[in-house]
Design a protein around this ligand. Structure first.
Ligand code: UP2
Length: 429
């Protein structure tokens, strides 16, 4: 949790202890990258883009600042263990499938009324503790003017992969006015959500760059990892571009009313720790610098920043490095138990996760035992928001998802009741 109390002008990004030098205007702007060698020498110190959230923002007006999600992300354990699920909106819901008939995925993302309605569907149905904005990680790339589409059953496809220095130089800058449909959809959603927080999200620079270089989904991201090593200058320019568009996308969602942010580096698990730290982390820090400085006054009068979650798949070895780019909360996939993840993070970082999506189709007693195990292991962290270890599978049974949400709320409620002091018999006498 970053509490900017006492800070007059800025709240800086989290930086690594190794951060010693700050050469002016390196390849990532005012960062710690060495412009001579084009190698990152340390995590950058980047000045956050400071801005006080508008008075009617749900965090500033107090609608969501004391919600279970926000306070748990800030490290406080309350009587409710909040739960939401990645991909809670979308194909698992019949109401989504009905609404999407005849509308292309990216068109749906850019139709404010439709994106808002889809975001609200799982909140109404499941009673989750947050909405996740319905969009996609490639939306800001599309809004910048890059040719990208989402092919059903395959994922994002780019007919012109970005492979050379010229390709990178030709990438169009994102005109932030193009983000208007995103801001509009978020504003509509937040108005309907009341005191339930909305989470904004974006893809991290590496995961986006991997799509751009490969031209679509791939197993091992070998083309992207090859560019990283064989043409570091082009790689850095590409990472700078992706950091810029994705940072702007996330910032627009938060300014328009989202109460928390999640950065997805879904494919970072393909990287060694050394490559992640040297070639990727600085760009993720740069993207997050666009949202670190968004401040509000909390109910306890402290100046706080919007909570930021960082999530990746297969990133058990990278947890510390991914936290160091400036995350408040670490999302954990199903591969390592939460108590192990917490230990790796020094026991000080709020966690989110990590029900294995494979259990959703198991008989209820098997799923129930798994959820209880996740809740128990989550106690090792300062606080815990329940989620899946990755997205809801498209064929998941929505009734099972609702049951998991009620069960998590119930178990937490029972634990809180058991911990409360026993009521005194006949207090009047
Ligand atoms: O298969 C994949 O998950 C990756 C490829 C893929 C992406 N968008 C896509 C697809 C095709 C598909 O889902 O079938 C295409 C995509 N994005 C989305 C949907 C809706 C759905 O899953 O039914 C769909 C399927 C659309 C359809 O065919 O109807 C929406 C989406 N993507 C995402 C989010 C954020 C979230 O999960 O909470 C959200 C919105 C929130 C929500 O649905 O509740 C995030 C996303 N999109 C994407 C990635 C990259 C990850 C990866 O490539 O493994 C990631 C990050 C992640 O899930 O780890 C790219």
């Amino acid at each position: 949790m970053r509490d900017c109390r006492g800070s007059t002008t800025s709240c800086r990004t989290h930086t690594s202890a190794a951060n010693t030098s700050t050469p002016p205007d390196g390849p990532l702007g005012k960062t710690g990258a060495n412009p001579e060698t084009l190698e990152y020498v340390s995590l950058p110190t980047i000045e956050a883009d400071v801005q006080v959230l508008p008075a009617d923002h749900p965090l500033q007006s107090g609608r969501t600042s004391a919600s279970p999600l926000v306070t748990t992300y800030q490290g406080t354990r309350g009587p409710v263990t909040p739960i939401w699920m990645m991909r809670q909106a979308g194909r698992s819901l019949p109401e989504y499938r009905a609404l999407r008939v005849g509308t292309d995925m990216l068109d749906a993302c850019l139709d404010p009324a439709m994106a808002s309605e889809i975001t609200l569907q799982p909140v109404r149905r499941h009673g989750v503790d947050a909405g996740i904005f319905f969009s996609d990680i490639v939306v800001p790339i599309k809004l910048a003017g890059v040719d990208v589409s989402i092919v059903a059953g395959k994922g994002p496809v780019l007919p012109h992969p970005v492979r050379t220095a010229l390709d990178v130089a030709a990438l169009p800058e994102l005109d932030e006015k193009a983000l208007a449909p995103i801001s509009e959809a978020v504003a509509l959603t937040v108005a309907a959500l009341g005191d339930t927080p909305l989470i904004g999200f974006a893809g991290a620079p590496f995961t986006l760059a991997a799509y751009l270089v490969e031209g679509g989904p791939s197993k091992d991201h070998i083309a992207a990892r090859t560019m990283m090593h064989s043409d570091p200058k082009t790689w850095q320019a590409l990472m700078r571009w992706t950091a810029s568009v994705t940072g702007a996308f996330l910032r627009a969602q938060l300014l328009a009313g989202a109460s928390a942010a999640q950065l997805f580096d879904s494919w970072a698990g393909a990287l060694s720790l050394a490559d992640y730290t040297a070639k990727v982390a600085p760009a993720s820090a740069l993207a997050l610098s666009r949202v670190h400085g968004l401040q509000y006054t909390a109910p306890d009068a402290a100046t706080r920043t919007v909570p930021i979650v960082h999530f990746g798949v297969g990133t058990g070895e990278l947890l510390g490095a991914m936290h160091d780019v400036g995350a408040d909360v670490m999302g954990v996939d199903w591969r390592i138990p939460l108590d192990v993840a917490s230990r790796r993070l020094g026991g000080t970082v709020p966690l989110q996760g990590n029900i294995d999506p494979a259990f959703l189709a198991a008989p209820w007693p098997v799923l129930e035992a798994h959820v209880l195990d996740v809740l128990e292991r989550g106690k090792a962290a300062p606080s815990h928001v329940v989620n899946l270890g990755h997205g809801v599978p498209p064929d998941a049974d929505p009734a099972v998802l609702t049951r998991v949400v009620s069960f998590v709320h119930e178990v937490a409620g029972e634990a809180a009741a058991a911990a409360a002091p026993a009521p005194t018999a006949n207090p009047a006498s």
